[in-house]
Design a protein around this ligand. Structure first.
Ligand code: CP
Ligand code: NVA
Length: 308
């Protein structure tokens, strides 16, 4: 069963194939209306359930559009409207859904929910974000880097801010795609050592740096994300902002990176907090391509999961 649960749990060759398939599928539909079907329709007769226990714009719309472009059908479900949100077990939900649909994508809180879903489903399960990781996002990010600058292997990526779920998947990708990652943030918000350890074990150079300007020096790619994630307590907001303010990605910080460095943000962005509008809308930023590439990368992930 080809579940897509995390970048470190997916074979390197498969990851590379997914990125290359995504690039080819994007090129093949250049200039077409968004709703136009692809030339080949690999998801014909396939039904996909998209379950959201947290809000989403990009993941929801890009998965829905992507499945339809490939000839499949979708149902977008809110966890709170399902019995799942009212006491039915994850295992039972997985068994039942497997009788109706060909694939389940779920965005949830606890990673254990995703794992239990995958364990009990008879169909592939895709991680659409948990509190700990966001693998689909980083597949799109790798694709975006490479379409602008060529192979990401050997490049220096700098993560600025909270060592959160998106940062974790970047660390997994550093290990699997062979790039170096510098984390710049306060010690309280360091990424988990498990993620750092994975990247290092795979041969990636991972550096933890408290001085953002030093961290960004020589960067090929600078990345940030919200200072308060969906799973973070709102009561921690002020404390997090105070810790993270020195790590804002602004024009002065970007000036420390290589002149042709790219800037990425998974979005939604909080302008003038983790990133200034000057950077978001400036010449280094590829955030709109990055958002678009969710569509193409996930289409390739869906095909890999279904073997079509
Ligand atoms: N980047 C991302 O996953 O966005 P959404 O929360 O809008 O899906
Ligand atoms: N770190 C953010 C990512 C949103 C796509 C969150 O989990 O809320």
């Amino acid at each position: 069963m080809n579940h897509f649960l995390d970048i470190h749990k997916t074979d390197r060759t498969a990851l590379r194939d997914i990125v290359e398939t995504a690039k080819a599928m994007k090129a093949a539909r250049a200039g077409r209306p968004r709703g136009a079907p692809d030339d080949s329709l690999p998801l014909t007769d396939r039904m996909v359930a998209l379950i959201f226990e947290k809000p989403s714009t990009r993941t929801r719309v890009s998965f829905d559009a992507g499945v339809r472009q490939m000839g499949g059908q979708t149902m977008v479900l809110s966890g709170s409207d399902m019995q799942l949100g009212h006491g039915e077990t994850i295992a039972d939900t997985a068994r039942v859904l497997s009788r109706y649909v060909d694939l389940i994508m779920i965005r949830t809180f606890d990673e254990a929910v995703l794992e239990e879903m995958a364990e009990h489903a008879d169909v592939p399960v895709i991680n659409g974000l948990t509190d700990r990781t966001h693998p689909c996002q980083i597949m799109a990010d790798v694709m975006t880097y490479e379409e602008h600058r060529g192979p990401i292997a050997g490049r220096k990526v700098v993560w600025c801010g909270d060592g959160n779920n998106v940062c974790a998947s970047f660390l997994h990708a550093a290990g699997q795609f062979g790039f170096d990652l510098t984390f710049a943030g306060p010690v309280q918000l360091d990424p988990e050592m498990e993620f750092v350890g994975f990247a290092r074990n795979q041969g990636a150079e991972v550096t933890i740096e408290r001085d953002p300007a030093r961290a960004v020096a020589g960067a090929d790619l600078v990345v940030t994300d919200t200072w308060v994630s969906m799973h973070d307590a709102q009561s921690a907001r002020e404390r997090r902002h105070n810790m993270l303010r020195p790590y804002q990605v602004n024009a002065a910080l970007m000036a420390q990176a290589k002149p042709d460095a790219l800037f990425m943000h998974c979005l939604p962005a909080h302008r003038e907090e983790e990133v200034t509008s000057e950077v978001m809308d400036g010449p280094h930023s590829v955030v709109w391509d990055e958002a678009e590439n969710r569509l193409h990368a996930q289409k390739a992930i869906l095909r890999w999961c279904l073997g079509v």
